[in-house]
Ligand binder design. Structure first.
Ligand SMILES: [Zn+2]
Length: 463
């Protein structure tokens, strides 16, 4: 590790189809990690690759008569649009595998020369038996892995665990010349090894953090290690491996074949991207997580409480000096130093939101990637129409709220809400908790949630 510098490689998208929220989860985590490392004074170099050639995009190209790369570019542009909506920082390097064919071929040459790879009729394969630590990342031994490997009839391979570094071209497939072996294209695993080496590890000393989703541990990351470390004077390839947990949807994987597939770009139309971030922050990056419509609604509600507190902080702000090194800062750092415990960090935010200076609140929200914007301090965005006032009046009548004050039909929507809050404050002063609850319930039924703080009562819109 170079002093004050953190070099990160994260396996990126294979854009041969639309991305879904499961893809976004680990990228969102690494975005927060980058922001926090920068807060800790590290200079971060972040590489996230694009697997812009694979079996699926080639097949789609052949089937539709389109160029496979046009398909990839289309889906990748859509993915980047989603990343922008989620507030993810641009990457320092965004290498496309097809732009690193020379580096990939160089690495394959070295592996062949070193006896770590062999040439067959259909391609060049990595010889797993030459790498002693194979299986260590996945914490499994070679015998177990071999027993678990799908037994394919493949007379080309010496061992079922061996994997392709280079696939010789079949008719109609994209191809690159590779002397003296033969035209073809790279396998997926070698792409990452070669791009990481080219961008982060020129002297063969490895880099700091390698990341990706937990589903990449085996075989992808195991194979990357085997390829890279076989050629390194001083392993390891990466000092830390960081894997994001799996995301389930109503307790199932999301897949077209299961009928529960929703493209990320569509989901971001239905839900506030900041609420999605909040949901992931609540869980912590390693855990398997189950996404439901209820869970995102709950996250949106949690975030709305922070927004209310932020609005209040903005209103009371009068040039107070930001207090750095306060208990708020210390507790945020303690939470995130603890293996990026973002759930604990949110608990600290809730605790301090009502009292922290606006600037510190804004600072920490930004570190978590939930940057306050103009809409946070504007009046809550809601369609407070005449129809809303009628509904609120009906709810009050329904709850049995009577008296002249309870007649709000001729007020503007915001005035009507303020009137009900004032009535509730009066009821609370008189310790008439039942009346207070009725008023709160009437607002709740119209989608207005109240938040009581030391500074007074604020409201936000839910649902
Ligand atoms: Zn990779």
């Amino acid at each position: 590790m170079r002093e004050g510098e953190v070099r990160i490689y994260v396996c990126g998208l294979t854009p041969s189809a639309q991305a879904h929220l499961g893809h976004a989860r680990s990228f969102l985590f690494f975005d927060v990690l980058r922001r926090y490392l920068a807060h800790r004074g590290c200079r971060v170099t972040y590489v996230q690759n694009v697997t812009d050639i694979d079996d699926r995009s080639i097949k789609a190209g052949i089937e539709t008569g389109r160029d496979y790369h046009a398909i990839v570019e289309h889906f990748y542009a859509e993915f980047k649009e989603s990343m922008r909506k989620l507030g993810i920082f641009e990457y320092d390097f965004e290498p496309y595998a097809t732009q690193y064919i020379g580096e990939i071929q160089q690495m394959i040459r070295e592996l062949v020369e070193g006896g770590h790879a062999y040439v067959t009729r259909d391609g060049i394969y990595y010889r797993v038996s030459t790498f002693q630590n194979y299986g260590r990342l996945a914490n499994r031994n070679v015998a177990d892995l071999e027993a678990g490997a799908r037994i394919e009839v493949d007379e080309n391979k010496e061992d079922p665990l061996d994997f392709a570094l280079w696939k010789f071209a079949k008719p109609g497939e994209p191809r690159w010349p590779f002397e003296p072996f033969g035209d073809g294209r790279p396998g997926w695993h070698i792409e990452c090894s070669a791009m990481a080496r080219a961008l982060l590890d020129p002297p063969g000393a490895g880099f700091d953090i390698h990341g990706g989703g937990a589903d990449l541990i085996f075989p992808h990351h195991e194979n990357e290690i085997a390829q890279s470390e076989a050629l390194m004077a001083r392993p390891p390839m990466a000092n830390f491996w960081v894997h994001g947990g799996l995301l389930l949807f109503d307790n199932r994987k999301m897949a077209k074949s299961l009928g529960n597939f929703e493209p990320l770009i569509d989901l971001l139309q239905r839900h506030d991207p900041q609420a999605i971030r909040w949901l992931f922050l609540q869980t912590g990056y390693r855990k398997v997580m189950n996404f439901t419509e209820d869970s995102i609604a709950a996250a949106a509600l949690g975030l709305s409480k922070i927004k209310s507190a932020y609005r209040l902080a903005a209103a009371r702000q009068n040039g107070e000096a930001p207090a750095q090194g306060s208990p708020f800062d210390e507790q945020m750092e303690a939470a995130l130093d603890d293996d990026m415990n973002t759930a604990a960090a949110l608990a600290v935010l809730y605790e301090f939101a009502a009292t922290a200076p606006l600037e510190r609140l804004r600072y920490w929200l930004t570190i978590l990637g939930v940057e306050p914007n103009d809409s946070w301090v504007a009046e809550p965005v809601v369609e407070l129409t005449r129809e809303f006032v009628d509904r609120l009046q009906a709810a009050l009548d329904d709850e049995g709220v009577d008296g002249a004050a309870g007649k709000i039909g001729n007020l503007e929507p915001n005035e009507a809400i303020d009137r009900v809050i004032a009535m509730r404050a009066e009821a609370r002063r008189e310790k008439d908790w039942a009346a207070s609850d009725r008023l709160r319930d009437a607002l709740q039924r119209c989608g207005i949630e109240l938040h009581d703080t030391k500074e007074g009562t604020t409201w936000s819109v839910v649902g």
